[in-house]
Ligand binder design. Sequence first.
Ligand code: FAD
Length: 466
Amino acid sequence: MVLGAGPGGYAAAFYAADLGKKVLLVEQEKNLGGVCLNCGCIPSKALLHASGMIREAKESAHRGVSFGPPALDLDKLRAWKNSVVDKLAGGVSFLAKKRGVQVLRGRGYFEASRSLRVETPEGQQFVVFDKAIVAVGSKAALPKVFDLGNPRIMTSTEALEVAEIPEDLLVVGGGYIGMELGSVYANFGSNVVVVEALPTILSGADPDLVRPVLQSARKNFRELRFNTKVTQMSTKGKKIRVLTQGADKVEKEEFFDQVLVSVGRVPRHHDLGLENTDVQMDERGFIKVNDRQQTSDPAILAIGDIAGGVLLAHKATKEARIAVESIVGQPSTSTGVIIPAVVFTDPELAWCGLTEAEARAKGLEIDVAKFPWGASGRALTFDRTDGITKLVVDLATERVIGVGIVGPGAGELIAEGVLALEMGATVRDLAESVHPHPTLSETLMEAAEAFYGVSTHTFSPKKREE
Ligand code: FAD
């Protein structure tokens, strides 16, 4: 039995069925696909694409291609975005049927370690299983200070509905969700202010790679304010009155048409009946698992957001495979698995393996090789020389232990980094693999060449003996 049909749950159900198991997939929502498909990865990227075209059009006048002001039809935009979601959700349902995965619509509640009560629209059903995989995901955190019951205060779920384009939008939290959705609204014409409690946006990535994202956001947003906290919010007519406090401790009063709260996500562990099982949770409510996705209850495994770690769809999908392989007795583990991270801002930011900061904090003997996109022919052809491709290299073995890329398409390019790390590639492997010209993929090869001081399109004093 798989509880929850997000990218973790449906992938687990499909794989278990492919391996010959009898599978029941329990999902409370009408659509399969979870947060990712219905109110996460997919609709956000659709809106980023649609809104990004406006920005691109604005920035193309100096190339001799000018456009008039965009005409925005929000009903059409929503209909298009929803059609993308519906097409994919329909595809997931179709694939479930084809595999013989039985789907039960309803809310699941563990009555014991091997039984689940499901509240369906037709009444209660009771399910008994040999093994369960819990994949119930996470939801947006909404701290009390924001929880006024005012629809103008949105989480990402409401923001993705684009009910209107507010004139003034406050985004609380400069993580990837705040930066992506802030970009969508800024591209559509909102004055966006981002406040972030930490000293920078996208903490976790290396600062040299964050810089181009920050520079671009400074142009696109009205303001980015760091070391700043929202201390109070209240409704004032059609506006939201917001008090913020920065590092100087001076309180600032402002009024916004809408507020997007993107301060993190919390596990959906409430009302699951986990107390009727032997499953244990950590202090934040994430289910504790070992590196085989097993919980402390022998009948129950957990994957995806509910199992903590990085809250990303592809991490959920990978854990789905590990969990199913644990059940069928294969020796798979999550140890050493490379989970890339991508921020779909403009420019995109992506990294995998160790960041430079992480490698240095671990005290590893490393070197860093970078290739600036200003030296890439391909980047110049589409006028985007703000990118950087960076390799973190273990000096003793010359193995690539981290890759970071900022620039348009970084999310696609990072896959080569993942493969390099998974295969234990050395920096020479990357340098000697012929990359097609003119493409941005060459920046990975040239960064590797730069490690030896022999990058064709940059000049640096020879760093390494051949
Ligand atoms: P979920 O997708 O959360 O699915 C859990 C499912 O369980 C839901 O369908 C829920 O209805 C169901 N469920 C919960 N409780 C019960 C119950 N008791 N009974 C029955 N069903 C239940 N990740 C990326 O990798 N790339 C991105 O670009 C990206 N963009 C994002 C953008 C936004 C705005 C957001 C919010 C998230 C984004 N994410 C992205 C994160 C990604 O959506 C999650 O990491 C991913 O959905 C987690 O998958 P999951 O299977 O663990 O859970």
